[in-house]
Design a protein around this ligand. Structure first.
Ligand code: ADP
Ligand code: MG
Length: 158
């Protein structure tokens, strides 16, 4: 089948603006959506996730699940599954039951998705966070929707 893809780019100048973009995305997420968050340490992946969580009505403190790899939040409009796959770099992601949290009843955000590459569905929203030259708090966020997620990319842009 034909893979439909697009690419749109946003610039934010502080954490609040990154969270405002997350708030826009929160209006569009649906059960089963997988969102990959790529970017270096400090790029803003967790900051974005915190904005999305808040907009879904999650009141618990969201932090990077670096040690447990997955945190789940059930108290929002839909479940939020938050992965930080960094520690899987040397272990691999197979046989740990992660599939139950991908493409099921919640929205799944994945930091360091390159370490769970084999588990990623073809339909997904890819977001790439990059520090920009210039001010310390400038970020470029590139959004690319693959397959069914191409529509959410369109709708996000408005
Ligand atoms: P990551 O999860 O990608 O490692 P974090 O979200 O944990 O990154 O950290 C990003 C850091 O950068 C935070 O301290 C945040 O306050 C800061 N920051 C500065 N400007 C921005 C911005 N425009 N968007 C997101 N975070 C920003
Ligand atoms: Mg993080």
């Amino acid at each position: 089948s034909v893979i439909i893809w697009n690419m749109k780019s946003y610039q934010t100048n502080n954490p609040k603006e990154t969270q405002a973009l997350a708030e826009q995305l929160a209006k569009l997420v649906y059960p089963g959506l997988v969102v990959t968050l790529q970017g270096d340490l400090g790029a803003g992946k967790t900051t974005f996730t915190q904005g999305l969580a808040k907009a879904l009505g999650i009141t618990s403190r969201v932090k990077s699940p670096t040690f447990n790899i997955l945190n789940t939040y059930e108290e929002g409009r839909i479940p939020l599954y938050h992965f930080d796959a960094y520690r899987l770099e040397n272990m691999g992601a197979a046989d740990q039951g992660f599939e139950d949290y991908l493409g099921t009843d919640g929205v799944t955000l994945i930091e360091w998705p390159q370490y769970m590459a084999d588990l990623l569905p073809n339909d997904r929203l890819e977001m790439t966070f990059t520090r920009m030259a210039g001010a310390d708090s400038d970020r470029e966020i590139v959004v690319r929707g693959l397959g069914q997620a191409a529509q959410i990319e369109e709708d996000l842009h408005g």
